[in-house]
Every structure is written in structure tokens, then in C-alpha cells.
Ligand binder design. Structure first.
Ligand code: ADP
Length: 403
């Protein structure tokens, strides 16, 4: 890396999409952001916004066959603004990798051995790790000389004590198949818990925070003094809160029942619980804006879906209060957490005995900044703390390669 290399490209490769951001680490400024969608289809789409030049969003549609073609198209877009992958100012590429198992507790410079280990974890993350690997391999082929760093969604949760991470099932079976609770959204939980401490004017080591990451996927975490001690997602991102399309916690016997009594196949059950459950399964919509609109019109199904969502959230706030013993703040983040004031108000309603309360005026403020929504005299702070997983990945990547 040269002394002038201050840019990091963050890549988040999904099965049919690649999201990317190019950041300048001198000030964290975004130079370009974009998204390639529907890779492998006839109607692939690339949307690129060159923020550095103040240019408009450029959208192109047409077949993009695979991840290699997608990354090449992204590289061409970046080059058009003088921000190409061949620029000496590019210090590294940071890759979001969903599953790092127990081995990857920190961001890691990628070499062949690291790639092999990520590959070895495919059985526990069949939906995510293969796409992440494809993104890494493609980026390495384009710039073999450039440091590439893997930042793992699971890493922040590897500090969970064994009694929180283990399922109460036969130990030999669990160990043979690496079945345990790993947790996800770790980059967000790490970033938001740290930012929450900052908002309170304290060092992360001094505060206990419950982070509620409520996006389309949703998870809660209990963070004690900057270390995760429990989180709601498990072996896969299916466990825990009610999500946009995932059930969250469920009696595992429901799955036997669906197979034995309803005659569903393994794949049918997988699709049902991951794609057709949660808010969408309960009321047909997974967008909280639409659900609120329907509730305002008196729609009973939307109301019940909302109530189930909130009930689960409350249970986790209660559980993590007990796990932490003392809570300094509850922080809401991601699409729903940052934008849906009614969700925040309902989740904390009735929890005054636990020191939690929401100030209606503060809760109604719309802002992209971290902010408190609890009354000044509340024993436990309630906060909205916008997440920024790309910035966190870029910072972790840059810290590693510039060390
Ligand atoms: P993910 O990264 O998991 O796809 P996001 O964190 O972007 O999800 O959150 C997306 C969700 O946020 C949407 O499905 C929608 O329910 C919710 N959302 C986004 N904007 C708003 C808003 N203004 N009001 C209420 N909910 C919103």
C-alpha cells in the first residue's frame, strides 16, 4: 500500500446482487455507491451514483451473466469517474462475509487458507457464504496484488459465553455438525453499540446496551461493556425476532408437524419459515410503512401482525435486561428501527418499571443522526442510532491494512 492509498471499496456480494461503496478513509466520505441486481437474469440492473463528482445516478439495464461480469461493470463505472480499481489510491477491498464460524473473531486479510475456511463454513451458511466467496474470488482475480479483507457478520458475537451460544441438545451431535448459536448482523451491532456509548458520552467499556437491529431481517443483542453476551439469531438468521419474511423463534416441533401431518418437504418448510413467514406470512406485507397504513385504515390482520412483532420485541428487551442486569440504553437501528416511530413507542410502552420510556416529541423527530428519544429523567436511555455497516467494514478493513 502506498502512502497515498486512502480509499477502501466495500463489497457486499449476495446470491444475485452486489452492493458496493467506495469510501475515502481520511474522512469516511462516500466517493461512489451502487448496486447490481438480478445478476444472471436478462434484466440485470446496475445503479451507480458517483458522489465524488456530484454526478447523477446512472442506471443501466441488460443481461449481466455472473459476478465476474458484475464486478467488471462496477469497475468500468468507477473508472469513468477516475475512481477505478487500478487507482493507486485504492488501499484495499473489504468484503462482507456472513459466516465466519468460531475461527474468525476479527477482520482477516484474505489468502488461500482463509478462502478455504470460508468454504468449509458453507454447510452452516448455504445461502450466503457461496455468494460472498464468489465476490472475493472475482475481486482477487481483478486485483491480485491488492489486500482484500473479510469482515464477518458473526465475529462480534464470538464473545458470547458458552452458556448463551450452546443449544441444549446432545453435545456430541451439536459438535459433530457445528450446531450452535453464531448470531448475525454483528457489524451493525458492533457499530451501533459503540455509537450509542458515544451518544451517552461514555466509553463503550462503561455501558451496557440492548441493540435492536430492525430491518427486513431483524436481531437483538445484549452488549456488556462493548462485548456481545447474547444475540437473538442462532445457527442461521432464522431464530429470534419476528422479521419481514422469517418466523423467528418457533417450537422446532412445528417443522416435524409440517412434514408428518401437512406432508411438506424439507425445502417447503425452509421456504415457509424463511420466505413466507414473519410479517409477510401474518398479513401479506413486510414493509412496516404499508402495515402502519393498513392499521390506520382499521385492517385487523395488519394490526395483529404488528402486535405479534411488538410482543416478541418486548420479550427480548425483557430477556436481555435480565441477562445484562443493568441496562444503560436501548438502541433502535436499521430500516424499521430508524424510521418507524410507532414501533419504537409500542416496543417500550409499559416498560416504565424497567426504567424505559419514550418522549413522544423526541420520538417523532426525523433525522439521520444518533439521538435520544427518552425523557431526560429516564433511568435507561432509549436511542435511535442509524447503522452504517459499510463504514464499519471500511474502517475495520483500513485499520487492518494500514497497521
Ligand atoms: P435490510 O437491510 O434487512 O433489507 P433495511 O434495514 O433496509 O433492511 O430495512 C428495510 C425495512 O425498513 C423495510 O422493509 C421497511 O419495513 C422498513 N422501513 C424503511 N423505511 C421506513 C419508514 N420510513 N417507515 C417505516 N418503516 C420503514
Amino acid at each position: 500500500m502506498t502512502a497515498t492509498a486512502t480509499r477502501v471499496l466495500v463489497l457486499n456480494s449476495g446470491s444475485s446482487s452486489v452492493k458496493y461503496q467506495l469510501l475515502d478513509m481520511r474522512d469516511g466520505a462516500r466517493l461512489a455507491v451502487g448496486l447490481v441486481e438480478r445478476i444472471g437474469e436478462e434484466t440485470s440492473r446496475l445503479a451507480h451514483t458517483p458522489l465524488a463528482t456530484g454526478g447523477d445516478k446512472r442506471e443501466t439495464e441488460g443481461p449481466i451473466a455472473d459476478h465476474e461480469a458484475a464486478l467488471k461493470a462496477v469497475a468500468a463505472e468507477l473508472s469513468a469517474d477516475g475512481l477505478g480499481l487500478d487507482s493507486p489510491e485504492l488501499a484495499a477491498i473489504g468484503h462482507r462475509v456472513v459466516h465466519g464460524g468460531l475461527k474468525f473473531t476479527e477482520p482477516t486479510v484474505i489468502d488461500d487458507a482463509v478462502l478455504q475456511e470460508i468454504e468449509r463454513l458453507v454447510p452452516v451458511a448455504p445461502l450466503h457464504n457461496p455468494a460472498n466467496l464468489t465476490g472475493i474470488r472475482t475481486a482477487r482475480a481483478l486485483r491480485p496484488d491488492l489486500p482484500q479483507v473479510a469482515v464477518f457478520d458473526t465475529a462480534f458475537h464470538t464473545t458470547m459465553p458458552e452458556y448463551a451460544a450452546r443449544y441444549a441438545i446432545d453435545v456430541e451431535t451439536a459438535d459433530a455438525h457445528r450446531i450452535r448459536r453464531y448470531g448475525f448482523h454483528g457489524t451493525s451491532h458492533a457499530y451501533v453499540s459503540r455509537k450509542t456509548a458515544e451518544l451517552l458520552g461514555k466509553d463503550p467499556s462503561e455501558v451496557n446496551v440492548i441493540v435492536l437491529h430492525l430491518g427486513n431481517g431483524a436481531s437483538a443483542s445484549a452488549v456488556a461493556g462493548g462485548r456481545c453476551v447474547d444475540t437473538s439469531m442462532g445457527l442461521t438468521p432464522l431464530e429470534g425476532l419476528v422479521m419481514g419474511t422469517r418466523s423467528g423463534d418457533i417450537d422446532p416441533a412445528v417443522t416435524f408437524h409440517l412434514k408428518r401431518v401437512a406432508g411438506m418437504s424439507e425445502d417447503d418448510v425452509d421456504v415457509l419459515l424463511n420466505k413466507k413467514s414473519g410479517l409477510v406470512g401474518l398479513c401479506g406485507d413486510n414493509d412496516m410503512r404499508e402495515i402502519r397504513r393498513r392499521i390506520d385504515e382499521g385492517d385487523e390482520r395488519a394490526r395483529l401482525a404488528f402486535d405479534i412483532y411488538i410482543h416478541r420485541l418486548k420479550k427480548y428487551i425483557g430477556a436481555y435486561t435480565a441477562v445484562l442486569g443493568r441496562v444503560d440504553a436501548v438502541a433502535f437501528t436499521a430500516g424499521v428501527g430508524e424510521n418507524a416511530a410507532p414501533v419504537r413507542a409500542a416496543a417500550l410502552a409499559g416498560l416504565e418499571e424497567m426504567g424505559l420510556a419514550v418522549d413522544a416529541d423526541l420520538n417523532a423527530v426525523r433525522s439521520g443522526e444518533p439521538r435520544l428519544i427518552s425523557p431526560e429523567d429516564a433511568r435507561v436511555a432509549a436511542a435511535v442510532v442509524p447503522t452504517d455497516e459499510e463504514l464499519e467494514i471500511a474502517q475495520q478493513t483500513y485499520a487492518l491494512v494500514s497497521a
